[in-house]
Each structure stands twice: as structure tokens, then as C-alpha cells.
Design a protein around this ligand. Structure first.
Ligand code: PGA
Length: 233
């Protein structure tokens, strides 16, 4: 099982240093990945949690003001990177082609992508969510080798569930996870969207879930410890 922590645009330098001390004492057998904001990456000192990033440039190193390349992330020992998070798809208008480029750049730098897919509430209500998720998966993984597809981590994050406290039923989650498995049979699949220490007992009954991508909960180490404990009980 994997738990990836998405700090999003949170934690100043001092806050991150204190936070990291709390994470260092987490007790768990679960494989953990911490995705801080870019500025906090050089401050990472943990030995119990792997290092991830939240985004990467679709360009390679060179004249791209404000971008961070996969090779730069590699030089800071980043092992994983979130791509295609819905907040970036919505706010920065990232599309599947751009996400595909990012994934290729990450593999070039030996960094494992955590590809986020998921539908809006409208897409669920219009019943075209399966088509949207299928497109997201197929276009983002274009021209990857079989080996790359196998190591890719997919995070199913219903957009209506992120930060809202709403979670899909286990039946709804299993339906989408089965679809992901049909397209990428060997990829690990995380669930993300308001997962917390109250709903983990229900979520963990979904047999296809290989782990979780946590936003809000990543910032609350005590609740996170409780989540990890319940997850493996
Ligand atoms: P949340 O965020 O856990 O706060 O809903 C998850 C995510 O956006 O990755």
C-alpha cells in the first residue's frame, strides 16, 4: 500500500521544517511519498518517506521562465511526481497532450509519475465520466513502453470530492477502478478526494485500492497517523 501526501501550496519554510519533524515520527508499514511545494523540496531530510513533487514542466531544461524541469527534480532526488492534478487541469488549463509530455519527461529522468484522473460532478451527472476518464488515461500514456505503463501510479480523484468532504460510494469507486484496471492492468491505483481518518474504514473495503492521495489530511500529522493505523488494521 502507498500513501502520497500532497501539500499543495501550503507550508512556509519554518512551518515545513516543523511539519517534517512530526512526519519523521510517523509509525507505519505503508510506503509513504511526500509531495511538498517546489520551494520546500531542498529542505527535505526524511528517511521514512520518499520525496515527490506536485508538478513538472512539459518542457525540458532551457529558456522556459518559471518552469521546473524533470532533470532539475531528479537532481534533488525526487522519485515521484504528481501530474495532471485537477487543480492544474482547471486553473492552468493543462490538457492531456501536455500531461503526456510531462510523463515522458519524468521517465526520462527516472521519476515515477502519479497521474491524476477524475470527473467533475457535471460529467458524473451526464453519465460521460467513463469516457472522460478513459480519454485521460489513454492520451496521457501515449507512446509509453509497457514497462513504463507498469510502473505508472494512477490516482482516481473525483473532482467533486476534492476538499469537499464528499466521497463516492465504494460501488462508484470500484466501477472507476475496474475501468482503470482494464486500460492499465498493472498500474497501482490510489484513491484521492476527502479521504480521512473518519472514512478510511469504509474506503479500505474497496479491494482495488492500492493506496491514497491525501491533500487536507497531509497537513494534520496526528490525524494522518490515525488514518495510517486504521488503514492497516
Ligand atoms: P483532499 O485533496 O484530500 O484535500 O480532498 C486530495 C487531492 O487533491 O490530491
Amino acid at each position: 500500500m502507498i500513501v502520497a501526501l500532497n501539500n499543495k501550496c501550503n507550508l512556509t519554510k519554518e512551518e515545513f521544517l516543523n511539519y517534517q519533524k512530526e512526519l519523521a515520527s510517523l509509525q507505519t508499514v505503508v510506503e509513504m511519498i511526500l509531495c511538498p511545494s517546489f520551494l520546500n523540496i531542498p529542505l527535505y531530510t526524511l528517511t521514512n518517506i520518499s520525496l515527490g513533487a506536485q508538478n513538472v514542466s512539459s518542457d525540458t531544461i532551457g529558456a522556459h521562465t518559471g518552469e521546473v524541469s524533470a532533470s532539475q527534480l531528479e537532481s534533488f532526488k525526487v522519485k515521484y511526481c504528481i501530474v495532471g492534478h485537477s487543480e492544474r487541469r482547471q486553473n492552468q488549463h493543462e490538457n492531456n497532450q501536455e500531461i503526456n509530455k510531462k510523463i515522458h519527461n519524468l521517465y526520462e529522468a527516472k521519476i515515477i509519475p502519479i497521474l491524476c484522473v477524475g470527473e467533475t460532478l457535471k460529467e458524473r451527472e451526464n453519465n460521460n465520466y467513463k469516457q472522460i476518464i478513459t480519454e485521460e488515461l489513454i492520451e496521457a500514456t501515449k507512446n509509453l513502453t509497457e514497462e513504463e505503463k507498469q510502473s505508472l501510479i494512477v490516482a482516481y480523484e473525483p473532482i467533486w470530492s476534492i476538499g469537499t468532504g464528499l466521497i463516492p460510494s465504494n460501488k462508484e469507486i470500484m466501477e472507476v477502478l475496474s475501468l482503470i484496471k482494464e486500460i492499465l492492468p498493472n498500474s497501482k491505483i490510489l484513491y484521492g478526494g476527502s479521504a480521512n481518518d473518519d472514512n478510511i474504514d469504509t474506503l479500505k473495503q474497496c479491494s482495488l485500492i492500492d493506496g491514497y492521495l491525501l491533500g487536507g489530511l497531509s497537513l494534520k500529522p496526528a490525524n494522518l497517523q490515525n488514518f495510517l493505523k486504521k488503514m492497516t488494521n
